[in-house]
Structures are given as C-alpha cells and as structure tokens.
Design a protein around this ligand. Structure first.
Ligand code: PLP
Length: 433
C-alpha cells in the first residue's frame, strides 16, 4: 500500500531491528512507510509521497516539523558544544520557565524520556511517603518501565502484551490497577489499603487507548481522596503538558497535583522530559536526599535549548495558538461525527484542545474496558484508506491524533475529504448489511 522503497527498507530493517522498528507503535501491516523528511504539517516518505501528519511524533511536535525558530536556536547551540557533564545557566532558566508554566512544579529534574520521568516520579513518591504501593488506571500508559507496565495502553495494548514478559511478578505486586473514571473503586481501595499507598499516577486525559476524557469532578475527586490519605497525586502530563494549555491539565482543569511528569512537547522535538512537584517531595532527591536519580544526558544543552525556545514561543503566542488548535480539533471532530452519521457507522468521536480520536462503537467510551468494544477491523480500514489518501494518523485505535500549530485550513479541508473516503471504507467492513 505504500511504496516499494519502504517495502525493501522494511525487509532490510527486520534483519537488525525487532519487527523492523525502534518502537512497536511504528509497526503496522503490511509494512510502515519509511520517512525521508518532514516540514510543517507534512511528512514525506522514501518515495516522495506527501502525508498530512496527525501523529506528530506521537504528540511531541506542537509547532509542527522542523520549526525554524527551534532549528536556528539549536544550530547556534551545536557550535558551542552538545554535552558538558556540568551544569549550565540554561538549565536554571529553563527550570524556572517550566515552574512558572506548570503550577505544581516547584522543583524538578530534567531527564531524557517520559519513561525516565515517570520511573523517577514513582520512586520519589515512595521515598517521600515511605510506602510501597502505587495505583495506576487500566489502559493508562506511563512509559515502558517495570512498575507501570501493567495493563498499560499504547503499543502494549495494540500488540496484546499489556503485561510484558520479562517483568517478575514480584516487581508489579505493589502496582494496583483500577478502572479510570470510577471514584467508588478508588475510595474502596483507599479504605482497604490506604496506609500502604504511596502514590496515584494518572493520565489526566487518557491518550494511550484512544482519547478518553475525565468525567466531571473525577480529577477533583482524585485530588481530594489522595490528600485525605496522605498519598502523592502524580499527573502524568507527558501528553497533556503544553497541549491542553501552557500549564497542561493542571491549568485546564484547575487542579494542583503533588507531582507531575512532562515530556514530548517540552523537548521541542528533542529528547527531553521532566519530573517534579512540591519542594518537600523533591528535596529528597540525591544529592540532597536519599532518593537516587541520575542521567548522563539529563538537561543536555541541545534538548534544553529546543525546550527553552518552544516554551518561550508558547509563552508569547499562547493566546493565538491554543484557541486555534482547539478550534481545528473541534472542526475535525464535527466532520468525523457528521460523516459517520452519513455512512451509518456506530461512532464516538472525542476531542479536547489539540487532541481528537474516533472509536467505532455505539456506546460512550469512558474507560479502557469500553474502548475495547470498538470495532478494530473498521479502524484498520479507516486508517489504511486515510494513508492511501495522504493522511497519516497513528496506526492503532489505542492512540490519539495530534494537531499542530502548522496545520492549515487547506490541510483540514484535505483531511475532511479523506475522512469521507476512509469512513466509506470502514462502512464496507460491516459484518451485517
Ligand atoms: C502519558 C505518557 N507517559 C509516559 C510516556 C513515555 O514517554 P517516552 O516515550 O518519552 O518514554 C508516554 C509515551 O507515549 C505517554 O504517553
């Protein structure tokens, strides 16, 4: 379905890379297209075919590909060195900027990936409380480290291994999994295990099993229950950070967690993430305290330059960028909803800020169990037709689509036209006429 160059590259890739890719979410049947270059809202494959991109590196690129301000700033930094192994003023300025944007981040550590950020956030919460157990929610994905790779979303959901081999049962014995959007389940768990629970980690908006929004008051209930029980509330804002608003879900829903993790957008397209929160928690991190955390590439000047540049840009332009992104996502949602009705498809379409997704099911999707009822064959037909038409979305139902500030009115028109064809293809997979 994509070109012969990609097919040949995939055959070659499979010999040295498991499944031909460096992250499972990039693999799809019969083979993925291989990228030659990307600019603005577009990706170009090895054959030169152009795609309007709604994957945006799984949400990392809020300003689109190859943003000129970020590139210029990074080029200037490259000539001054790429890694020092000693602190820089830039890291301090950047941390101050993050702290100003994200209400709960009084202190933080910069790291290189979201996985590192959530791993250290959980460790910091356990170190601070002296408790062992953590609560996560079914289908929330917090990166691929042992403590949280239990009933996780994203690639783990797509490829059928929500509990990975290679993780000893003993390691995840202290990870409790509850359904999302269910306050009662949380209250019951705290009643039974409250004194042992160090932290509740949550994607404030679920973005790794499709897009699932929190019910009204759900996040404030999480805040209340964790506070009452002395457990640390961690918002994993790797997707929602700088996407829902400059201050992420914390600002959007006006809730202050004890800790947060940030990544993706934060690095402006370079590997960078952060975990942080209340001073009293973060002051336990080494070398001041006894919670160990370290990283050769942490706060490296290239990623920090890109991150500082994008945050400066967002600070200046937030009043134009966020309303435009929300308007564009709503327009795509409205088009998908109308076209699904026209094609007589059972569909639930959700959007918030610059995120949107469709589920092929007749019932509302409020947690992972509901998401699993959606029709996978319909989604695959929809994805493949979009790809044929030159629109790239994440290949799995268990991901979210991402808009960037680089998407234009013409891109949206082109996409809505492709939606029509893709939903028609999805309708053809219907089992009963
Ligand atoms: C909510 C969330 N947390 C953590 C991660 C892990 O981030 P990374 O892939 O940078 O390790 C992801 C990645 O998709 C994510 O969506």
């Amino acid at each position: 379905m994509t070109g012969s160059k990609s097919k040949a590259l995939f055959e070659r890739a499979k010999k040295t890379l498991p499944g031909g890719v460096n992250s499972p979410v990039r693999a799809f049947e019969p083979y993925p297209f291989f990228v030659e270059c990307a600019h603005g809202s577009k990706l170009f494959d090895a054959e030169g075919k152009k795609y309007v991109d709604y994957c945006m590196a799984y949400g990392a690129l809020l300003l689109g590909h190859a943003n000129s301000e970020i590139l210029e700033a990074v080029k200037a930094q490259l000539s001054k060195g790429t890694l020092y192994g000693a602190p820089t003023e830039l890291e301090v300025k950047f941390a101050e900027q993050i702290s100003k944007a994200s209400p709960c981040m009084e202190m933080m550590r910069l790291v290189s990936t979201g996985t590192e950020a959530t791993m250290h956030a959980v460790r910091a919460a356990r170190g601070y409380t002296g408790r062992k157990k953590i609560i996560k929610f079914d289908g929330c994905f917090h990166g691929s480290h042992d403590n949280v790779l239990v009933k996780a979303g994203s690639g783990a959901a797509t490829f059928g291994a929500p509990n990975s081999l290679g993780i000893p049962e003993e390691t995840t014995r202290n990870t409790i999994v509850l359904p999302y959007n269910d306050v009662e389940a949380l209250e019951t768990m705290f009643k039974n295990e409250g004194g042992d629970i160090a932290a509740v980690i949550v994607e404030p908006v679920m973005g790794n099993v499709g897009l699932i929004l929190p019910k009204k008051d759900y996040l404030s209930s999480l805040r209340k229950i964790t506070a009452q029980n002395g457990a640390v509330l961690i918002f994993d804002e790797i997707i929602t950070g700088f996407r829902l608003a400059l201050g992420g879900a914390q600002e959007y829903f006006n809730i202050k967690p004890d800790m947060a993790t940030l990544g993706k957008v934060l690095g402006g397209g370079f590997p960078l993430a952060a975990f942080g929160g209340k001073k009293e928690i973060m002051q336990n991190i080494s070398p001041v305290g006894k919670v160990y955390q370290a990283g050769t590439f942490s706060g490296n000047p290239v990623s920090a330059t890109a991150g500082f540049t994008i945050l400066t840009y967002l600070n200046k332009n937030k009043n134009q960028i966020y309303p435009k992104l929300e308007k564009n996502a709503s327009a795509l949602k409205a088009a998908l909803t109308d076209l699904s009705t026209q094609h007589k498809l059972p569909a639930q379409v959700y959007s918030i800020a610059s995120l949107y997704q469709i589920f092929f099911t007749k019932n509302a999707v409020t947690n992972y169990a509901c998401a699993k009822h959606s029709d996978a064959a319909m989604f695959t037909a929809y994805f493949r037709e979009l790809l044929k038409e030159g629109v790239f979305i994440p290949p799995s139902q268990y991901e979210t689509c991402f808009l960037s500030a680089a998407h234009t009115e013409d891109d949206l028109k082109f996409t809505i036209n492709a939606f029509d064809k893709a939903l028609s293809a999805a309708a053809k997979t219907r089992k009963t006429p």
